[in-house]
Design a protein around this ligand. Structure first.
Ligand SMILES: Nc1ncnc2c1ncn2[C@@H]1O[C@H](COP(=O)(O)OP(=O)(O)OP(=O)(O)O)[C@@H](O)[C@H]1O
Ligand SMILES: O=P(O)(O)O[C@@H]1[C@H](O)[C@H](O)[C@@H](OP(=O)(O)O)[C@H](OP(=O)(O)O)[C@H]1O
Length: 452
């Protein structure tokens, strides 16, 4: 058994390691964070008594709710998310997972890579008066968004773990019998409508109502801003999901059950996030490689067909995806030619010269986002520090380009919910199956958006 597996098996309840940005409980005396700009209007959450300014997470879209279920999610005044450690074995298992992946002495390349796809972990937190009531202290994945559109998607072909009782298996299967066939389930989402300047929320019943034929439109709704489909957000999501798929295809250490992907994109319209006029960006796809890639997106090559056909797990038989650089280069080039009205200008459907010459500058994070965190004030904001500067410094220290970073987008896709993660010695076929189907559907959405 490897060291990692041993760690995960141990299930020790010691307080996890991490790099807390605040000592537990040190936020005493700070005012509660203001609600995220996208919270339900008119429903100010009550400050739970004796929680030192922590409040229920206003932008939670799924999962156990604080004050409703056992376990729940709070927001710390410093902006981090506090996930109450659930009753054993789930809670300790999730805590063990985070503490293993983020152990200071972790040198396992697979786990170090995995950190890129998880919220940052800052150890555990508890109220000084209730030291045994533990919370996992996590990065708020939505923190740098102004109008965060958020979607929680459960991945895998089964949402119960191998040790689940017969009752639990039946309960889970009954909730969504199509899990095995589709491989993912939308648990909840909130979408910003730029026309009405409001959010629309969808609970778990929405996702459960989606079947094979409607799952594409159901998922597309997450990317619809009231005026059109946010092709740029779909595209960036595809890219991020592909990175996660790549990690899964290379690892044989862990098996994930009932775990989710949390998608976040910026709902605030800006000149650089248009709903592109479809026909023109489609033309750009065609221009990029003579149409081969665009046909692959549409499944016309016979390799990228719909959910029903894409039902095996081998790498070779995976749906053929457009290579991200191809799509990105074409799309971003098109985006760059767009003005704020979302119209293309210039040589939109002409020669492909220049499409391959995209440089990384296109992928730099948008300046307007840096200047506009989502309203969840962080400790340094509360202290009057220059948060953007701090983040830039952090990102530089980490050698990356920040959340948008190299991908240059205001989109996050992070893995969350690890209450059912187990050591393994083989590929996680169920999760990979779900990821591939999710990618297929995302690509169909992108294709529809660019050809309608
Ligand atoms: N790091 C995070 N940043 C922002 N939001 C988060 C984060 N972690 C969780 N959330 C929010 O909380 C919700 C529930 O998270 P999570 O799935 O971890 O909880 P859970 O109670 O274990 O869920 P379930 O009941 O499905 O097992 C997510 O849908 C998301 O809205
Ligand atoms: O979507 P719903 O209807 O809220 O259903 C919950 C959801 O399936 C959770 O994933 C599950 O927690 P686990 O994944 O940790 O099992 C929870 O089990 P629970 O009721 O046993 O907490 C279910 O109730």
């Amino acid at each position: 058994m490897s060291r990692t597996q041993h760690h995960l098996m141990m299930m020790e309840s010691s307080v996890a390691l991490g790099k807390p940005d605040l000592a537990p409980g040190s936020a005493a005396g700070l005012d509660p964070v203001p609600r995220s700009s996208g919270g339900d209007p008119g429903k100010e959450p009550q400050d739970p008594p004796n929680l030192n300014g922590c409040v229920p997470l206003s932008h939670q879209v799924a999962g156990h709710k604080f004050g409703v279920d056992k376990g729940g999610i709070l927001q710390h005044p410093d902006g981090t998310v506090l996930k109450q450690v659930q009753p054993p074995p789930r809670g300790p298992r999730e805590m063990q997972f985070y503490s293993t992946v983020y152990a200071e002495d972790c040198c396992d390349p697979c786990l170090l890579d995995l950190q890129n796809y998880l919220p940052r972990y800052y150890g555990t937190w508890s109220h000084p008066d209730r030291p045994h009531d533990l919370y996992l202290k996590l990065e708020d994945v939505t923190r740098h968004f102004v109008k965060p559109c958020i979607m929680d998607v459960k991945l895998g072909q089964q949402s119960y773990d191998p040790f689940a009782s017969q009752d639990k298996r039946e309960q889970q299967i009954k909730k969504y019998p199509l899990m095995e066939e589709i491989g993912f389930l939308i648990l909840g989402m909130r979408v910003y409508n730029m026309c009405s300047d409001s959010f629309c929320s969808y609970d778990q019943h929405y996702g459960r109502g989606l079947v094979k034929d409607s799952v594409k439109d159901g998922l597309a709704r997450f990317f619809h801003n009231g005026a059109g489909v946010r092709g740029d957000a779909v595209l960036a999501s595809i890219w991020k999901v592909r990175q996660i798929l790549h990690w899964f295809q290379s690892q044989r250490k862990l098996a994930f059950y009932a775990s989710s992907l949390l998608f976040v994109y910026e709902g605030l319209p800006s000149s650089s996030s248009p709903s592109l006029p479809a026909n023109e960006s489609a033309a750009l796809f065609l221009a990029a490689d003579g149409g081969r890639e665009e046909k692959a997106v549409r499944g016309e090559t016979g390799e990228g067909k719909g959910v029903a056909e894409n039902n095996n797990n081998t790498e070779e038989a995976a749906p053929r995806l457009c290579s991200p650089p191809t799509i990105y280069n074409a799309f971003m080039k098109a985006r760059d030619r767009c003005s704020g009205d979302g119209r293309l200008h210039g040589n939109g459907s002409g020669s492909n010269s220049g499409l391959w010459e995209e440089d990384n500058a296109t992928w730099q994070k948008r300046g307007d986002l840096k200047a506009s965190p989502n309203g969840n004030q962080t400790k340094s904001q509360l202290e009057g520090k220059d948060e953007d500067k701090k983040r830039e410094e952090e990102e530089e220290e980490e050698g990356g380009g920040g959340e948008g970073g190299r991908d240059g987008t205001d989109v996050e896709v992070k893995m969350i919910d690890f209450a059912h993660v187990f050591p393994s010695d083989s590929c996680d076929h169920g999760y990979i199956f779900g990821l591939k189907n999710l990618l297929t559907v995302l690509e169909q959405i992108l294709c529809d958006a660019t050809t309608s």
